[in-house]
Design a protein around this ligand. Structure first.
Ligand code: MN
Length: 350
């Protein structure tokens, strides 16, 4: 850390994420931004999230109410990959043609070609994220992904599952994301957890806040009930409304988790007041403090968060409204960072 850094003052121009002065080499945690939203089916904008969150992060005060000086082990955000930005542009243009056609390419050779292109670029993206994730993990650093849509952390979860056998997922989302491909896209944002369960050896998947899904996904989750636990938003709310305290519900959720955890956080798991520009907002969901409390209690139970991703934040097209989405995103990112460091013994709980 440079000597001139003052955690009490406003972030200086040209500094790193959260206004911090760290280099990658002296950081315990590295954020990998993935500006990708090729298969966004409804609202878009998540490819702009990494830069919007970075900007908003400079407004986050570094003192945290729960964790002492979360920034001190060093936090560093890698620059956005030009290659990924190019692939996103190409894939998005091709995907739009398919989406506006209702996702059916069977009778159209040109569209079939577009679909093959999107799927091929998705594979390339996964490979790229996997390799970068391996590099970061091999350097013994903690990995965090800033999406992008929810397809972006696939390669990171794969790398983390290899590094940490028995890894389980704590998944915040309004959606199961258990579709076997969506609109023809193999690596759709709506298929991420299906792809993870089918191809990556994770021990558990614990889904929280789910409230917008199709029968096929619910059936799939039920069929996989030895591995998958779902805490539907309606069940959570029914328990709360009938007087069960949040800590009781939280304890039931945590009891389903193994010792080592990756958090995959789709911002739309939160109440849409907190993410009005996200691609597929759904009424209901968790409050910010409920989600942070669940993460905090997970850490206090002795479980270790080995990495995480934050996805589906969208600054939208109206920059004034979008500031709020990025602001919430940056603050959630800092909270997850703080609790992750605490879970690994790198920070003290106040
Ligand atoms: Mn999702």
């Amino acid at each position: 850390m440079e000597k001139s850094f003052d955690p009490n003052s406003a972030a200086a121009l040209g500094t790193g994420i959260f206004g911090l002065p760290f280099k990658e080499s002296d950081s315990a945690l590295v954020y990998l931004p993935v500006p990708w939203e090729a298969t966004a089916s409804y609202g878009g904008g998540t490819a702009k999230a990494p830069s919007a969150i970075f900007q908003a992060s400079c407004q986050v005060d570094l003192c945290d109410g729960d964790i002492l000086k979360p920034y001190e082990p060093g936090l560093f955000c890698l620059p956005e990959s030009k290659k990924i930005k190019e692939w996103n542009k190409t894939a998005k243009a091709a995907a739009q043609k398919i989406i506006s056609n209702g996702g059916d390419v069977s009778k159209n050779k040109v569209l079939k070609k577009s679909l093959d292109l999107v799927n091929a670029l998705s594979e390339k993206l996964n490979q790229e994220v996997y390799q970068e994730s391996r590099r970061i993990l091999d350097a013994k650093k903690i990995l965090a992904i800033i999406g992008g849509d929810h397809s972006t952390p696939y390669g990171a979860i794969k790398a983390a599952a290899e590094k940490f056998p028995g890894l389980g997922l704590l998944h915040f989302d309004a959606h199961h994301d258990l579709r076997k491909a969506y609109e023809g896209f193999t690596h759709s944002h709506a298929s991420i957890l299906y792809n993870v369960l089918e191809t990556i050896p994770v021990s558990r998947l614990v889904q929280v806040g789910i409230r917008d899904f199709c029968e096929e996904e619910a059936d799939y989750a039920r069929k996989k009930s030895a591995q998958v636990s779902v805490f539907y938003d309606s069940q959570i709310k029914a328990a709360l409304f009938s007087g069960e305290p949040w800590i009781g519900i939280v304890s039931r959720i945590i009891s389903q988790l193994p010792e080592k955890i990756w958090i995959t956080f789709d911002i739309d798991g939160l109440d849409p007041r907190l993410c009005p520009n996200t691609g597929t907002p759904v009424p209901g969901g968790l409050d910010f403090d409920q989600a942070v409390y669940l993460i905090a209690q997970t850490v206090k139970s002795g479980r270790k968060i080995v990495g995480f991703d934050l996805n589906e934040v969208s600054p939208g097209s109206n920059s004034k409204n979008g500031e709020w989405d990025a602001n919430v995103g940056a603050r959630l990112l800092y909270k997850m960072t703080a609790w992750t460091l605490a879970s690994l013994g790198l920070r003290e709980i106040r």
